[in-house]
Design a protein around this ligand. Structure first.
Ligand code: AMP
Ligand code: ZN
Length: 167
């Protein structure tokens, strides 16, 4: 939890979040929450940055906690993986850390191992699904502008058909 007694916000590891100060809003510029439609704004409501606790209103925490069903394809102490409910390709798996980390912006050096293991898990699942030789795509969307709709980080594994080039 951020230390509310200090004027400089710190994350749960006590690391200053001042590095984000370059994102400081210019006078008169819209607040981040004002830049998006009401629908997108709803998706921006999320648990505190970097919380390790399960967030009450987070669907992926609910899947981790077995309060919501999912088509699980992998689980260990740290990660869970399940088929996407709205697949965009014949293979569309989400690799999800059990810890509630809202966005890629909340990752720091301490998460390097976790993120590496997410990629390696996706690699293993791609092989298990027989798409490793043809190829596949791994995607981490960040925030509304990046297409993120569920604010608990997840790595998309997509494959099983020819994917369009980006851009
Ligand atoms: P993103 O847009 O990167 O945040 O991706 C969120 C993904 O989660 C989308 O592809 C959704 O289809 C998927 N999704 C949402 N709810 C569920 C659910 N209950 N089970 C499986 N996948 C889900
Ligand atoms: Zn969560």
């Amino acid at each position: 939890m951020a230390d509310q007694t200090k004027s400089i916000p710190v994350n749960r590891r006590g690391v200053s979040r001042q590095r984000n100060s370059k994102r400081t809003r210019k006078a008169g510029a819209p607040l981040p929450s004002e830049r998006f439609s009401a629908t997108v704004r709803m998706t921006l409501q999320r648990a505190p940055h970097g919380s390790d606790e399960l967030a009450d209103d987070c669907i992926f925490c609910k899947i981790v906690n077995k309060e919501l069903p999912a088509d699980l394809v992998f689980e260990d102490d740290e990660l869970i993986a399940f088929n996407d409910i709205s697949p965009q390709a014949p293979v569309h798996v989400l690799v999800v850390p059990k810890a509630h980390i809202p966005t890629v912006n909340d990752l720091d050096e301490d998460h390097a191992g976790l993120v590496g293991r997410m990629v390696l898990r996706a690699q293993a699942l791609a092989e298990a699904r027989g798409i490793d030789e043809d190829g596949y795509r791994l995607i981490l969307n960040c925030n509304a502008g990046g297409g993120q709709t569920v604010f608990h980080i997840h790595l998309h594994l997509l494959g099983g058909r020819q994917l369009r080039m980006l851009g």
